[in-house]
Design a protein around this ligand. Structure first.
Ligand code: SF4
Ligand code: SF4
Length: 134
């Protein structure tokens, strides 16, 4: 999901994200075929590989936290945030989400809430949130 890192300040309208995904589809198919055929994938440009090998571990240690997630009175207790969390980091208590300490900031909880009831500190209020349903 492009531009879904709303807790890091990246957020674009849903329509724009879907255009990015459509444009990427031919490349995804091409790479899938290469993987299927056992071929070698092209090397990432230096800037991108630096991000994933050196910068990410530092940023991950410094920024991955669920401590400032909040839930508003808009919450209807549907439990979707709990089900969407890939790390099992959310549990409903009295039909409201409570976050644990194992967040990877995938943003599935905040993006997938049907009521827009979740925020991350003051960074996310009023910003577009989205989640691609399976
Ligand atoms: S997904 Fe939203 S509405 Fe549903 S329980 Fe979580 S916070 Fe509440
Ligand atoms: S951001 Fe992702 S990992 Fe963190 S609590 Fe929400 S769903 Fe779970």
């Amino acid at each position: 999901m492009p531009q879904s890192y709303i807790t890091g300040g990246m957020s674009k309208p849903d329509s724009q994200n879907r255009k990015i995904l459509s444009a990427a589809e031919p490349k995804i198919q091409e790479l899938a075929q290469q993987i299927k055929a056992g071929g070698k994938l092209p090397a990432e440009p230096l800037g991108k590989s630096w991000m994933s090998t050196m910068a990410n571990p530092i940023m991950y240690a410094a920024m991955m936290s669920a401590k400032i997630f909040t839930v508003s009175d808009q919450c209807i207790g549907c439990g979707k945030c709990e089900r969407n969390c890939p790390l099992g980091n959310i549990h409903l208590v009295e039909r409201k989400p409570v976050w644990g300490n194992h967040c990877t900031q995938c943003n599935a909880c905040i993006g997938g809430c049907p009521k827009g009831a979740i925020e991350y500190g003051k960074k996310t209020a009023g910003k577009p949130k989205y989640y691609l349903e399976k």
